[in-house]
Design a protein around this ligand. Structure first.
Ligand code: ADP
Ligand code: ZN
Ligand code: ZN
Length: 725
């Protein structure tokens, strides 16, 4: 037999499938060692055949099969083929997606743990030991009392020599057990709820259908309950399920709800796991010990078989498009797997992406709605406050009078409040009022952010830290101006206004470490009254019944982000953040501060009018020729040398112009320019931006003109990037 083998070397020249002579028990999907260019490298068998077109005298044999049960299942090999074709990826890179590095590169991750148990009854054991060996006697008495015990623990208690003597003398047995490093979750009992009529209808419509559904349900309408019921129905049929959330570590609640409903049947995959934990979770799925996979984007590659449901919660979320190589779009991968397994794919959201809703309108997705909150709770009222009006009224603070009075009321009622500000740190920049000097990063073309806590200026792009200015390095003036406020400043201000009220801050600075989010959220959950201040990480999926007030301090940041998605993103953000209020008995109230009170995004968002917003936005996209009516492709060229970056950009641009000639009006826009952020981490950045009528041929051509190797320059192609900076 001949084996087709992908070698694990990320390099243009070797992205080919090589043929080797298979060993007798080589199977498709196995990891193997093969000779390659004088070395011995890792490879993956993606096919077997009896014959080959190559000169058989030149074909080398596989050196070794690395496992007896193939690690890559058939579906995943087919999926890799799909990824190569669809996302212009290399096979070796696709395999990196379906086999995480802890599985790919290692088989030593299984931590062996041993348990000890007594072979004889206590009296016999004692007679065999004799009376002098006190530690050994203690150990057998302990084992007799406690049954099986952990080897390491026994060694700690009774000394290694005593324990080993007992084992050597055949009085105690030592057997290996695999230790599962289960990520920590607080178990709570999640009762199964009696579904509302809307929920039941959704479950009935979706269960068992080989179709893609858009589940559009307002915040607090009980979407999670629907997901869990669909999954339960799949399990009843002996199938498995994948449930994706934007970032599981942000939503410990989801983890709790799933583990309390499905117990040990849940495996969790996310970026916060250690390599060992990730290996165990992956292996638990691979060994079919867990049927339900809960995780972030990469969990779509989980090795579950016989999938009965795939769910993408908060489907509009930007995190479903990967920004690092190998790049892929989770929706497309999920669609592939759902069709492969003939099961439903459910895209859930209160604010579907424009693209998904369009597909639902066109009938490519089946729309299922949950139009009401559970128990008929009202959606919280969203009041728009014109911040210019506040200034004209003499209030120059960042907090409107209404915001403060509502916050007061909330605290007096012993409820909780959430304040949203999508900026961390104390001030977004510092500058000299006299000469206009602005503190910037040495390595990046961006302003430094002031962090008061450590009295430092930080670059949010490369992490570099600088001393805070006391006077201007340019003119020596001490008249320093602070830029727009961030979470840290809000907490400072609130601490002065509400002296006795606990205030929690949740942003990238306070959530470091493994249980960072969980710790803050659980403290917040159990403290009333209290205030939670946070960036967009507070917007997602949290369900805290006592939150009565939500303040959106500054949504305009996101609105004026100047890319075609900024309207959509702002609408989603406002709706999601507002949705944290009034989820149980407390009536919710939301204050939204803005300098653009008449903007249609805010008008539609404050009326919870998704459909109205969609109509307006889709028309705008159509008339201006933006996605989903076009594709946006960016070729990003970066280099430490400004000149080299420019040169290479020019070179690729010349080729792009030829494509423009070839495709004519199908290419709507083509331009080369410096990137909005001209330098990041000492690298100069230029880009070629193009927009064209969706067409795989054009996409392929752009990918191929960028597929060149240039010394000291990196070239990066992005299709419909989530941000252009
Ligand atoms: P969504 O994901 O749509 O925002 P959730 O699934 O978090 O909504 O549900 C909101 C709240 O309503 C949760 O506390 C949940 O436990 C509760 N809930 C959901 N379905 C029901 C039901 N059928 N009966 C009672 N409570 C429910
Ligand atoms: Zn100055
Ligand atoms: Zn920097």
């Amino acid at each position: 037999m001949y084996a087709k083998v992908v070698v694990d070397i990320s390099n243009d020249a070797v992205d080919r499938v090589f043929t080797y002579l298979a060993q007798d028990d080589t199977k498709i999907g196995m990891r193997v060692r093969v000779p390659f260019g004088g070395r011995n490298v890792l490879g993956y068998v993606i096919g077997l055949s009896k014959t080959t077109d190559y000169d058989t005298s030149k074909i080398k044999p596989i050196i070794k099969n690395l496992e007896s049960v193939p690690k890559i299942k058939r579906e995943m090999i087919d999926l890799c083929g799909f990824l190569c074709e669809h996302f212009f990826l290399r096979m070796a890179d696709c395999i990196k997606l379906v086999l995480p590095s802890c599985v790919r590169l290692d088989s030593e991750h299984e931590q062996i743990k041993y348990t000890l148990s007594l072979i004889y009854d206590l009296d016999t054991a004692i007679s065999k030991i004799g009376t002098r060996a006190k530690s050994q006697l203690g150990a057998v008495a302990f084992l007799n009392e406690n049954g099986e015990c952990d080897y390491t623990k026994m060694v700690e208690l009774f000394s290694r020599s005593a324990i080993n003597a007992l084992i050597d003398r055949g009085i105690v047995s030592k057997t290996p057990v695999r230790r599962m490093r289960a990520p920590s979750v607080d178990k709570q009992n999640e009762e199964k709820k009696v579904l509302t009529a809307y929920q039941q209808r959704a479950v009935d419509t979706i269960t068992n259908q080989d179709k893609t559904f858009l589940l559009k349900g307002v915040t607090g309408s009980g979407k999670t309950e629907v997901y869990m019921q669909i999954i339960e129905n799949a399990l009843k049929e002996g199938k498995s399920a994948i449930m994706l959330v934007p970032e599981i570590s942000l939503t410990p609640q989801m983890m709790q709800r799933f583990t309390s409903r499905f117990g040990d049947n849940v495996a969790v995959l996310h970026s916060g796991l250690s390599e060992g934990e990730r290996f165990d979770e992956w292996d638990k799925i691979f060994q079919k010990k867990a049927q339900v996979v809960l995780g972030a984007r990469s969990a779509i590659f989980a090795p579950v078989e016989n999938v009965g449901a795939i769910i993408i919660d908060e489907e509009h979320d930007g995190s479903y498009v990967s920004v690092t190589n190998p790049r892929f779009n989770t929706h497309d991968v999920a669609e592939f797997r759902a069709r492969y397994n003939h099961c439903p794919l459910v895209l859930g959201s209160a604010t579907p992406s424009i693209e998904s809703f369009k597909r639902a309108k066109e009938g490519r997705y089946t729309l299922v709605e949950l139009p009401e909150r559970i128990n008929n709770h009202e959606m919280p009222k969203i009041e728009i406050i014109d911040m210019l009006g506040e200034v004209l009224d003499g209030n120059t603070t960042p907090y409107s009078k209404k915001l403060i009075s509502k916050l007061n009321e909330c605290i007096e009622n012993k409820k909780q409040a959430i304040l949203f500000i999508n900026r961390r740190g104390f001030a977004s920049f510092v500058m000299c009022r006299e000469c206009g000097y602005r503190a910037k990063c040495d390595d990046c073309e961006v302003s430094l952010v002031y962090h008061k806590e450590d009295n430092q200026l930080k670059c949010h792009f490369c992490g570099k830290r600088y001393r805070m200015l006391t006077n201007c390095p340019n003119c020596n003036s001490t008249n320093i101006k602070y830029g727009a406020l961030g979470t840290e400043r809000v907490c400072n201000d609130l601490a002065e206004m509400f002296k006795d009220v606990p205030i929690f801050r949740m942003d990238n600075d306070t959530t470091r470490g493994k249980n960072g989010h969980k710790n803050i959220l659980s403290k917040f959950a159990s403290t009333t009254p209290s205030i939670l201040v946070g960036t967009q990480m507070i917007a997602k999926g949290h369900d805290y019944p006592n939150v009565a007030f939500v303040g959106i301090l500054d949504a305009d940041v996101s609105l004026y982000n100047s890319d075609y998605k900024s309207n959509e993103r702002t609408f989603q953000l406002v709706t999601q953040v507002a949705g944290r209020a009034g989820r149980a008995d407390s009536e919710g109230y939301v204050v939204l501060q803005t300098y653009a009170p008449k903007h249609y995004v805010y008008r539609f968002a404050s009326n919870y009018d998704y459909d109205g917003f969609y109509e307006k936005e889709i028309n705008l996209r159509q008339t201006t020729g933006f996605p989903p009516f076009s594709e946006i492709l960016r070729i990003l060229v970066s280099s430490e040398s400004d000149n080299r970056a420019k040169e290479v950009t020019k070179k690729i641009y010349d080729e792009a112009v030829k494509l423009k000639e070839k495709y004519g009006n199908n290419i709507i826009f083509l331009q080369a320019m410096a990137s909005p952020i001209k330098r990041i981490q000492t690298k100069y950045r230029y880009q070629i931006l193009t927009r064209y009528i969706p067409n795989d041929k054009i996409t392929k051509d752009f990918y191929s003109i960028a597929d060149i190797v240039e010394k000291d320059v990196s070239i990066f192609v992005e299709l419909n990037p989530d941000n252009l900076r």
